[in-house]
Design a protein around this ligand. Structure first.
Ligand code: SF4
Length: 819
């Protein structure tokens, strides 16, 4: 029989990252032969794929691929299942859903929209169908929980919005990029960030890397500034001190864009409302003063362009007394606050020499416009405060919202949603039964403890590997899973999460399903199945349709996966145009994006709006108190944090360090990332030398430990037994490990998450509980401005509870048994 060959475009199965790279899939005789990068229209060099992308061709054929519906036969977590038919699985699952809805109401059914780790994640059809199901049935959405909220919440305090990013990385950066905390060259999203940074460096842009570990990014940077873990706020405040003391701040920017000149009542900590100081002023307005102490009204922008200060020439450092009360500008208060943070004092906290602090601060201003690129790096309990302090520095320098000078939280691939489709065309059924409820862990636990509250008894995990990724796996194992009546997981392979499920449903890989993706490098892509689904694997769309049929919402789930793509493009991208290129890839015009056109071309480059330096910043639309950028927060004054400050953390606790002297620094391994596929053989080969715990040889010598031996990593939560690696690049005082390995790697002992869990330590329980506040906080910061919720954001423990633990590394006391 003649051999057949074909090429399709597919979303990279992703291995748990959310870059959404498109790959060209070469299929021979019905089997994937290889994948490679595909070319995008136009001349921009992009869409490189990484090693994991190349290896993704193997995922459908993995030995442990789940190919049939499974039903649990052992205890939850034991991993014992039997194969059953689809009909049996769907009938039994649907019956339990209906039973729960009748007994506890439809909101007792929770769907998991955890995006990281699911290819296409929050932009996938699957994610939209999860919402559709929740609206159609009035079920609940389980709130996304992650460990990198510090960035966004720090930003929300300053900006009132979740981001200060430019929509996309500028093509022509300024003169300097400070990468603060992250490791973009060595970690995730290599396709977008690596090009951007290396191209900029080639153009002469200086790259400074501030981080606690020496890594690939440090090696490539022009300057590496090592900083002790979790002390970044002190360095940022030391740099603010330099700018304030040496007059290096950008006064024009501060006046124009921030609340720096606004007066604050020093007795209450509140911004002075003009109505209380100036006759005839509105309740919404604020007050400033000139050098002579004359007061003037500063109108709240109310979402409009800032109207300015009228006749007043505001003094950034004004201090006035009215009726015995002293009012100072936030700029003056910041200067006073930063006086304690001399470069010398920050040196004591961070280990960064005072002179280096001065040099980096001065150059950051001299090289303006300059970018601070955070890249999800600061994942400590105090990350909110650290990021507020860093944003304060950027505001002082005026390096926010400029072409080539801004703050960036993430990489290019993430910043392109603005041209994407309107996902509501799938998410919202025509006649929703309800608006769904967003559920946090706290809500679930409250219900279990109080039967008068809404119960959450059924969990449909349709995306990702939450038991691996969420901050407290143990909380789920101990307190939530035992109380659930039904737990179903859609899976490709057996994950840490699936092992606890009652039913595991075999899902298609991205090589076996339809999808449309809006992402990387401004392109929209149409993906068709490269191969037939293996075994009995089915698309998420099919699974939803079948359950919907059995529970009475089939009218809202009547389309196939392919048909949904047409809806996503023809309705969701209505009115959007793509660039037309000639054979030499020169742009020669534009055309509407339609499903038929996309099906024919597979990839279309979306026409972007003209570059606006302030784009994404909504410069006059902040939902802060003043409607401006605020480095001073009156809400957080109430909880003792008017400015971003260095929060104490366990790792800075000298007393606790006497027993557990090492900082337990845990991160995600780049070959596992968000970790839906932590058991993939090829990834283990790529990462094999990195399993275990890494120590500096000085620390090992103190303990009589040698490279490669099995050691116990111990703290008050338990013991993890793993091989020791001696590495000169690990700072003294740190024990470094990756949390992304499957729990099977730690037989009979704890895994990294266990050493970070809340059991036995009420403070940690509190910390971890607070990890589940992000959505409340988000809503409240933006809409309600509720101080109690802000307390959770500003308190000593924030959602970043995962990385702040202490430990010791010891010789194993009794081989085979864990102490
Ligand atoms: S970065 Fe992620 S999505 Fe892109 S090729 Fe690599 S694994 Fe695939």
């Amino acid at each position: 029989m003649a051999s057949t060959e074909k090429v399709t475009y597919n979303l990279c199965q992703g291995w748990g990252c959310h870059e959404h790279c498109l790959v060209e899939t070469h299929v021979k005789d019905g089997k994937i032969d290889r994948v490679q990068k595909c070319l995008f229209p136009g001349k921009r060099p992009a869409n490189d794929i990484c090693m994991k992308g190349i290896l993704s061709a193997k995922i459908p054929y993995a030995k442990d691929r789940i190919l049939h519906p499974l039903k649990r036969v052992g205890e939850r977590g034991e991993g014992k299942f039997e194969e059953i038919s689809w009909d049996q699985a769907l009938d039994e699952i649907s019956a339990k859903i209906k039973e729960s809805a009748e007994k506890y109401g439809p909101r007792s059914i929770m769907l998991n929209q955890f995006w990281c780790g699911y290819p296409g994640d929050w932009k996938s059809t699957q994610n939209d169908l999860i919402y559709r199901f929740a609206f159609a049935y009035d079920a609940s959405i389980l709130e996304y929980q992650a460990v990198d909220y510090g960035l966004t919440f720090g930003t929300a305090v300053v900006n009132g919005l979740f981001t200060v990013n430019s929509r996309r990385l500028p093509d022509d950066t300024g003169k300097e990029i400070i990468i603060w905390g992250g490791n973009p060259l060595g970690f995730t999203r290599p396709a977008a960030s690596t090009h951007f940074l290396l191209d900029a460096q080639e153009r002469g842009v200086k790259i400074v890397h501030i981080s606690n570990l020496f890594d690939v990014t440090s090696a490539r940077a022009d300057q590496w500034v090592p900083v002790k873990s979790g002390t970044d706020a002190a360095l940022a405040l030391g740099m603010c001190n330099v700018l304030l003391e040496e007059g290096l701040y950008n006064a024009d920017f501060l006046l124009e864009k921030t609340s720096a000149a606004y007066l604050v009542n020093t007795e209450t900590g509140a911004y002075a409302r003009a109505a209380s100081l100036i006759e005839g002023a509105s309740e919404n307005d604020f007050a400033a003063a000139d050098e002579q102490g004359k007061l003037g009204v500063v109108p709240h922008p109310m979402g409009q362009p800032f109207a300015g200060y009228g006749d007043l020439k505001p003094d950034l450092f004004a201090s006035v007394e009215v009726n015995g009360v002293v009012y100072k500008t936030t700029m003056l208060l910041l200067k006073e606050f930063c006086q304690q943070w001399t470069p010398e004092k920050q040196e004591a906290a961070t280990g960064v020499p005072a002179e280096t602090c001065r040099q980096v601060a001065r150059e950051y201003v001299a090289n303006s416009p300059a970018i601070i690129y955070l890249y999800y790096g600061l994942r400590y309990p105090n990350a909110v405060q650290s990021n507020r302090a860093i944003l304060t520095l950027a505001l002082l320098a005026g390096n926010v919202g400029k072409k080539g000078g801004t703050i960036m939280l993430a990489g290019q691939g993430e910043q392109t949603t603005m041209f994407g489709m309107d996902q509501n065309v799938v998410r919202m059924p025509p006649n929703p039964r309800g608006m769904s409820e967003r559920v946090t862990i706290e809500t679930i636990l409250e219900g279990f403890e109080d039967p008068t509250k809404q119960q959450h008894k059924v969990w449909l995990n349709c995306m990702g590997n939450p038991l691996l990724n969420w901050p407290n796996k143990d909380l789920w194992r101990r307190r939530i899973l035992p109380n659930l009546d039904l737990f179903v997981s859609w899976e490709i392979r057996m994950t840490d999460t699936a092992r606890y499920a009652d039913y595991v449903l075999p899902e298609t890989t991205t090589f076996e399903r339809y999808e449309t993706v809006c992402d990387t490098d401004n392109c929209v892509m149409y993906c068709e199945p490269a191969i037939e689904p293996l075994g009995e694997a089915k698309s998420g769309t099919w699974i939803f349709n079948e359950i919907a049929k059995r529970i009475g919402i089939e009218d809202d789930f009547s389309l196939s996966a392919e048909e949904w793509q047409q809806v996503r493009i023809d309705e969701g991208m209505k009115g959007k145009n793509a660039i037309v290129f000639d054979d030499e890839q020169n742009a020669i015009g534009s055309e509407p994006i339609t499903f038929d056109k996309l099906k024919e071309k597979k990839v279309m480059r979306v026409e972007m709006p003209p570059y606006i330096p302030e784009d994404g910043l909504s410069m006059d639309m902040h939902t802060t108190t003043t409607g401006r950028f605020e480095f001073y927060s009156e809400l957080l004054y109430n909880v003792g944090r008017p400015f971003g400050d260095l929060e104490p953390m366990e790792m800075l606790d000298e007393k606790k360090r006497e027993e557990y002297p090492l900082q337990f620094y845990v991160g995600r391994h780049k070959y596992f990332m968000q970790g839906q596929f932590t058991n993939i053989e090829e990834n283990h080969l790529l990462a094999s030398k990195q399993f275990g715990v890494a120590l500096n040889p000085i620390e090992a010598e103190k303990r009589g430990l040698v490279d490669g031996e099995l050691v116990d990593v111990v703290n008050e939560c338990g013991t993890m037994r793993v091989p020791l690696q001696l590495r000169d690049d690990i700072p003294v005082g740190m024990a470094h490990t990756w949390y992304s390995f499957d729990e099977k790697h730690y037989p009979g002992t704890c895994c990294p998450q266990d050493l970070m869990h809340a059991e036995n330590t009420p403070e940690r329980e509190t910390a971890v509980m607070r990890a589940y506040y992000p959505s409340y906080a988000y809503i409240n910061i933006e809409v309600l401005k509720t101080p109690q919720v802000m307390t959770h954001v500003a308190g000593p423990y924030t959602p970043e509870g995962l990385w702040d633990q202490l430990c010791d590394v010891r010789k194993i006391s009794n081989e085979g048994e864990v102490a």
